[in-house]
Design a protein around this ligand. Structure first.
Ligand code: SAM
Length: 309
């Protein structure tokens, strides 16, 4: 079993960790990561209603199935030519997005008129989804440090007709300088990205535990800042595309131990791990959710919904 993970290109450290976490299933997860994911898209309801766009695409020969956790989400089952060359794509009627990435905004439920922060926004997939759920009303303060990625974000938001987002080329560790209190915050955190190995196979071998620890430190600082600027009763959704418990369950356990918060239940995905590497975590951690390529046909993904008390 470990030999097979080595032959797929995983480093000894990570192959052993995955075997310890999932046993024989580690191979099913790794093998599913070798297969390309279906191409999925989100209907941009700022520009068109869902049934109108699906009808237009069906007429051109595209077929798709629904994403179970997002009303506006679909994954292509037949793509007669690239959907990115259609006028529908070019005029911003849809956004190409991995299915699990559609869950954090749905879980956060930002509403029209609310004051929302997106603490790691580029290239704007989830910012534009939130704008759509908010019907372009209220405001989204969207932060990112990646200059090139922010240029792409600006283009995406403009193509999609988002008018309620303000972009900041700034670390969201400085979000408190705005002097704003938020109803809702999305922290789609920078992470080691081990859930996206199908897109970035080099991550099987080139990540180290130092990278995991570095990301964990940043994730904790960002969450601490988020909880500082969130209103009482406000909601923070934390997500990563990492498989590592140190960036997911251990971060959430730290939040439960150090802040006045509660985890809110989520309907989709598998319950998060409560005993990763033999470490006993709160039962409540099960309310956070994981998505896996072998079971959900998505990237490896983690989502937690946290209410500030
Ligand atoms: N939410 C985005 C989307 O759905 O399109 C994807 C975000 S990606 C997972 C993480 C982002 O965090 C990267 O774009 C990276 O530049 C950004 N980032 C890293 N450190 C940051 C910081 N201190 N403040 C704000 N953004 C940061």
């Amino acid at each position: 079993m470990l030999e097979r993970l080595f032959s797929l290109g995983y480093s000894k450290t990570f192959a052993e960790r995955y075997y310890e976490l999932w046993g024989e299933r580690a191979l099913a997860i790794a093998e599913a990561m070798e297969r390309p994911l279906p191409r999925c898209f989100r209907v941009n309801t700022l520009r068109i209603e869902v049934p109108r766009l699906t009808k237009l695409l069906n007429k051109k020969g595209f077929q798709f199935r629904r994403v179970p956790w997002a009303r506006e989400g679909f994954c292509l089952t037949r793509e007669p030519f690239s959907i990115t060359s259609t006028p529908e794509y070019l005029s911003g009627l849809l956004y190409i997005q991995e299915a699990s990435s559609m869950y954090p905004p749905v879980a956060l439920e930002p509403g029209p008129g609310e004051t929302v922060a997106d603490m790691a926004a580029a290239p704007g997939g989830k910012t534009s989804h939130m704008a759509q759920l908010m019907e372009n009303r209220g405001i989204i303060y969207a932060f990112d440090v990646g200059e090139e990625r922010l240029k792409e974000t600006r283009l995406n938001l403009s193509r999609l007709g988002v008018t309620n987002a303000v972009l900041f080329h700034k670390s969201s560790l400085h979000i408190d300088e705005l002097g704003v209190e938020f109803d809702k915050i999305l922290l789609d955190a920078p992470c080691t990205g081990s859930g996206t190995i199908h897109k970035n196979p080099e991550r099987k071998a080139n990540r180290t535990m130092d990278d995991v620890k570095f990301c964990q430190g940043l994730q904790m600082k960002l969450i601490e800042k988020a909880l500082e600027v969130l209103k009482r009763g406000g909601v923070l959704v934390y997500s990563t595309c990492s498989l590592e418990p140190e960036e997911n369950e251990f971060v959430i356990q730290w939040v439960l131990d150090n802040f006045d918060v509660e985890l809110l239940p989520l309907r989709h995905g598998e319950p998060a791990l409560t005993k990763p590497f033999g470490v006993e975590l709160s039962e409540e951690i099960k309310k956070a959710r994981r998505f896996y390529p072998d079971r959900h046909g998505t990237s490896g993904f983690f989502v937690a919904k946290i209410k500030k008390l």
